[in-house]
Design a protein around this ligand. Structure first.
Ligand SMILES: [Zn+2]
Ligand SMILES: [Zn+2]
Length: 342
């Protein structure tokens, strides 16, 4: 058993000859530097931490910066900290940190204060973006006569969503800019892999044709060739929901995917799969948004009677067995005859 050299009490453990009470008496257990600098991106508001940048609330970041700077004396371990801050003047905050510390198994509290100074700077991503940095150009193109402009915008939306999802984990991925050009939209992207992923995504979603072209634009610092890649994505004229002509028959195109398409024959309502390699021969007969609605007059088994929307005469249409027929149906006209479009 040890005895405290100051008070003479028995102590299981002494620190510098003192019992815990005498050791802690009036002692500063932690300190903070006079000031702590916090890098904040003036463009996007992200907070710098060493080499990396994070998205965080400024008040929280200010308090965390102070907490991280706490230096306990060597006998102490920081168990928990709490901080409160007061803005002293713009970009300058007085922060007090209260800490719970462990000193050789004894809990003790102490507090210290510092000044957190906001340093406005520009994060790496913003400096690249502001500098118009890009490695890939995604050229989304479509025939304006056959593809509505909304489809091109929708494709751009897909790319934006893809970039958003990827940039959560990698801040170097961003869209530098996108601009409308004759026949489509050009999207400038910060990385080649992003361009490749976006081109593949559009190819799968729309069954679009893609082409890529390399261009040597210079050299990196370590002497490697620096390339820019252009990904051309040509959106096809067809779209799910359209009535198409394929191998001499008329079909409703029900599904388009990276591997191929599903179509329903409008004459017999049989479904079939079409390989992707056969899809370029699809001819759009009538676009989904152009299909007309016809009022249903009566329903029978495998057959319905409708009013022809062009002249309001009645017409009989075959429908698939068990089809759910509402008050109106979509119809397509083929060689002057109306067909039910499921
Ligand atoms: Zn003592
Ligand atoms: Zn930034």
């Amino acid at each position: 058993m040890n005895f405290c050299v100051k008070c003479g009490e028995e102590a299981e453990q002494t620190m510098g000859g003192l019992c815990a009470a005498c050791f802690l008496d009036g002692r500063k257990l932690m300190s903070l530097p006079h000031h702590v600098d916090l890098n904040v991106c003036a463009n996007c508001g992200d907070i710098g931490r060493g080499e990396s940048w994070v998205t965080k609330d400024l008040p929280e970041a200010i308090e965390e910066a102070a907490k991280r700077s706490v230096v306990p004396i060597k006998e102490a371990k920081v168990v928990r900290t709490e901080a409160s801050s007061v803005e002293q003047e713009p970009y300058t905050y007085a922060v007090t940190v209260d800490a719970l510390l462990d000193i050789g198994g004894h809990a003790a509290e102490d507090s210290a204060s510092t000044i957190v100074r906001i340093k406005n700077t520009v994060c790496k991503r913003c400096s690249r973006q502001l500098g118009n940095y890009y490695e890939a150009i995604l050229q989304i193109r479509a025939d304006p006569k056959n593809v509505p402009h909304g489809t091109v915008r929708e494709a751009l939306n897909r790319v934006e969503n893809l970039v958003d999802a990827n940039s959560v984990h990698n801040r170097q991925l961003f869209i530098t800019k996108s601009e409308e050009v004759q026949g489509g939209i050009d999207v400038y992207l910060s990385s080649i892999s992003l361009g490749k992923a976006a081109a593949k995504d559009l190819a799968d979603a729309y069954c679009a044709e893609t082409k890529e072209a390399f261009k040597l634009v210079g050299q990196t610092d370590d002497g490697q060739g620096m390339y820019r890649i252009t990904y051309l994505v040509r959106l096809p004229d067809f779209h799910a929901g359209d009535v198409i002509l394929f191998e001499g028959r008329y079909f409703k195109l029900t599904r388009v995917s990276g591997s191929g398409a599903k179509v329903i024959d409008l004459m017999n309502f049989r479904e079939r799969a079409v390989k992707r390699s056969d899809m370029p021969s699809f001819k759009v007969h009538e676009r989904a948004e152009d299909l007309r609605e016809a009022v249903v007059v009566s329903k029978g088994k495998g057959e319905i009677q409708i009013l022809d929307p062009s002249n309001y005469s009645t017409a009989d249409l075959n429908v698939p067995d068990g089809a759910e027929i509402g008050d109106t149906v979509k119809v397509a006209e083929i060689d002057n005859i109306l067909y039910y479009v499921p």
